[in-house]
Design a protein around this ligand. Structure first.
Ligand code: ADP
Length: 339
């Protein structure tokens, strides 16, 4: 029994598949994914590089494999990387099989970037530790100097351990192998735990953390991740605010989602930087942020956690006036009515 390459059969294949008549360039059969990908439009092959491959395959006795990069507009997500195979199955039919490698390639590029950035960021404190140790060795008899350098070693090692902690956190969040266990989580508990974690830093600067009336909202998520995200936002609000100011935390339920808002009266963020602060290792003021012990990873961790929860993070800010960060996440369906 012979089976034709009908659309139903092509749909079974785990890749984009279509059959084209090489002399008329008409597509005679195609999987649904071929249309969805835009590679086949009506009965035509909508990619010149694929048409070239088909023309070559027509003459060849063996299948031809080729990696093809198709430039799309930035609005369509930039270039697309495809692994294509074309084979003449009879004189009037070339079978084309295409696997989209775009996602894999983007993830590989992100990983490479991440490793380069991490190495760069780790070099600074490690280099400083080496220099400080050298300074102590050169001045072992001067106890005042030894104390001064030892204090700085303590500070640098603290920074290093913060950085490593954040890197581990971020890699955990990004690892596809770790499936977050979602459970109903009471937001009031999340807020209390996050505020507790930052309380002493706030107290040291006489910053009052004020909470709006507690509202009993239940969200679907990971409690520890949500606490980490909110703690990062509140910690930033404290770090980037002057003494004797206020940080307000509010919870605003909406139709299927809930917003957690953290507003401060701090230094604010320049408008042109607002898009970039969620990038890994990005700090508005590199030098000043180093002195506050920032890693530049806090907000990218928040962003990842929001994405994991089917939500998002946004910010409004005015220099010299303050910043307001809003985390939006999905509500749990059992959340009490009317809240
Ligand atoms: P960091 O560890 O440097 O705080 P983040 O990713 O948490 O890293 O934040 C990135 C940058 O965004 C910070 O270096 C800081 O410049 C800016 N930023 C974050 N939160 C605030 C805030 N509440 N007020 C002012 N600037 C902020």
């Amino acid at each position: 029994m012979s089976i034709g390459l009908t659309p139903d059969v092509l749909d079974v294949l785990p890749m984009i598949a279509f059959v084209v008549n090489p002399s008329t360039e008409v597509v005679t059969s195609a999987s649904q994914s071929a249309y969805q990908s835009g590679l086949v439009y009506r009965d035509r092959v909508n990619a010149p590089k694929l048409r070239e491959l088909i023309a070559k395959a027509r003459m060849a006795s063996n299948p031809i494999d080729k990696e093809i990069v198709i430039d799309r507009s930035p609005l369509d997500g930039g270039s697309q990387v495809l692994q294509a195979r074309a084979a003449a199955v009879d004189p009037h039919a070339v079978l084309v099989l295409v696997t989209d490698l775009t996602m894999e390639r983007n993830v590989e590029a992100m990983r490479r970037d991440f490793v380069v950035n991490v190495s760069h960021e780790l070099k600074t404190p490690v280099g400083a530790l080496g220099l400080l140790a050298e300074a102590i060795l050169a001045d072992v008899d001067d106890s005042e100097q030894v104390q001064h350098f030892a204090t700085r070693i303590e500070l640098e090692s603290h920074r290093l351990s913060n950085l490593i902690g954040d890197i581990v956190e971020l890699s955990k969040l990004q690892g596809e192998e770790i499936q977050t266990v979602f459970e109903p989580v009471r937001l009031n508990e999340v807020v209390n735990l996050a505020v507790d974690a930052v309380a002493s830093a706030a107290e040291a600067k006489n910053i009052a953390i004020v909470q709006a009336e507690p509202i009993d909202v239940v969200v679907e998520g990971s409690k520890s991740q949500l606490v980490t995200a909110l703690r990062n936002l509140v910690a930033n609000a404290v770090t980037y605010s002057p003494e004797n100011t206020r940080v307000a935390i509010g919870v605003e339920p909406d139709n299927g989602s809930v917003s957690i808002i953290v507003a401060d009266q701090g230094r604010g963020i320049p408008g042109q930087e607002l898009d970039r602060i969620f990038e890994r290792f990005y700090r508005v003021d590199q030098a000043r942020s180093r002195s506050t012990g920032g890693t530049g990873l806090g907000l990218s961790i928040v962003k990842h956690i929001c994405l994991n929860h089917g939500g998002d993070i946004s910010v409004r800010s005015k220099e010299g006036v303050g910043s307001t960060f809003t985390m939006r996440i999905n509500r749990h369906q059992d959340s009490p009515e009317g809240v």
